[in-house]
Design a protein around this ligand. Sequence first.
Ligand code: NAP
Length: 283
Amino acid sequence: MHGPTLTIGHRTPEGELAHTSEVPQFGLGTFLMKESGLCRQACLWALEAGYRHIDTAKVYENEVEVGEALAECGIERSEVFVTTKLRSLDATSYDAVLEHCQASLERLGLEQIDLYLVHAPPPDIDCRAEVWRGMEACLENGWTKAIGVSNYGRHHLDALMQTARYGPSVNQVEIHPWLQRPDLIAATLEVGAVPMAYSPLARGHKVEDPQLAEIAGAIGCTPAQAALKWCMDRGYITIPKSSNEQRIAENLAALDLDIEDQRDALDVLEENYISGWDPTTEP
Ligand SMILES: NC(=O)c1ccc[n+]([C@@H]2O[C@H](COP(=O)([O-])OP(=O)(O)OC[C@H]3O[C@@H](n4cnc5c(N)ncnc54)[C@H](OP(=O)(O)O)[C@@H]3O)[C@@H](O)[C@H]2O)c1
């Protein structure tokens, strides 16, 4: 295994941290890997290189290939951490959550997911508490080791905590040097969750940014590596996507960098740049 692990858990109304587990802080994202064989191959390259965390979702339509790679890679199941997500359109009721969690387990070919996330705040506000109750049932049933949310804004987190028996262990949101979201990070930490940075390369939109190139030159690394190490050093779970064998290895090698001298230069790249969608601002 390459890289640090973080402890995640679920804040109870009594203020305790329940159902704790260890998550490899660095992982492989698998969005836009629908083409047959692509995700399986990328996961196999990543696992061979030393990745021990794969982030998938029902909507990525590649859970089956993630499962195939896990079965083929020759690494013990307990050594690899798998995150998957409940599609927000499926987040309609308590029963629907249980049904879709089981369906993900089946597609992955696993007995237990490591981290199951609500992909985005369910569109129907009135069913959000019930959906979270379903997630808690998945946790208590042992179908997943941890539960969390994705794309939740402060107001979504606050509402969830009103009725939660277990708070979310992570909040997966877009974060990178160009979108640092201090208030959302604070809100995430306040409910006992760890921030999980998706699109840490701003979907590749910023890897040719001249300012980033200058910073990377000063560190002696590639632009992507500088951005990834910034996320890691902030303590966020970081899940860059690549389906290219060299870039998969390049991204992992970012973990060995020392970016201390360029940290201030990276910090000032902030420009509130959203590379994808932003459900955190929805009602
Ligand atoms: N919860 C959510 O709503 C949500 C939303 C978005 C993403 N995610 C998760 O987060 C993961 C990462 O986010 P993302 O896929 O949106 O974007 P990303 O990781 O920020 O960027 C991926 C893009 O950067 C390119 N790239 C990767 N490594 C590179 C390198 N070293 N140098 C230059 N280009 C490089 C990739 O191309 P190649 O593949 O050709 O290398 C791809 O085009 C996703 O895959 C998914 O698992 C979650």
